[in-house]
Design a protein around this ligand. Structure first.
Ligand code: SF4
Length: 134
């Protein structure tokens, strides 16, 4: 069975007034970092409920702004995904970002959850983010 996976990171640095996403604003990293372990557990838990090891054809990171995570924590989630599933060589990868808080290392780490994603084409900014007030 080919899977499509979605990783939800429900945090942003600020809330846009028109946002309809399931997210919350935080200026502290503690609640974001605290979310890492439950995500890793859920990845392992979902994989353990499936018979056999399945391949992943589509990977989407959304939120919220997944790039609120540190590059190191992005890498931990990517590693958990690679350990739990077989990521197809040509798996499609997408991530919603707040472009004000993105850098090359975060792109590299998040796209490493797939094996062949091209960082230059793998990211798409949250469509609303450029209009964020504040
Ligand atoms: S960056 Fe996106 S997810 Fe975050 S508050 Fe703005 S519209 Fe919502």
């Amino acid at each position: 069975m080919r899977l499509s996976l979605y990783v939800h990171i429900p945090f942003c640095h600020r809330l846009c007034w028109y946002c309809g996403c399931n997210t919350k604003a935080t200026q502290r990293y503690a609640p974001v970092g605290g979310y890492l372990s439950p995500v890793e557990s859920e990845i392992a838990g979902v994989a353990s409920l499936l018979p056999g090891r399945h391949s992943v054809a589509h990977m989407h990171w959304g939120g919220g702004s997944p790039n609120i995570l540190t590059a190191g924590d992005i890498g931990k989630i990517a590693s958990a995904l690679r350990n739990a599933f077989i990521i197809e060589r040509r798996a499609e990868f997408a991530v919603e970002i707040d472009p004000r808080h993105m850098d090359g290392e975060k792109i590299r780490r998040s796209s490493s959850s797939t094996l062949t994603a091209s960082p230059s084409s793998a990211t798409r900014a949250c469509p609303s983010a450029p209009n964020i007030n504040g």
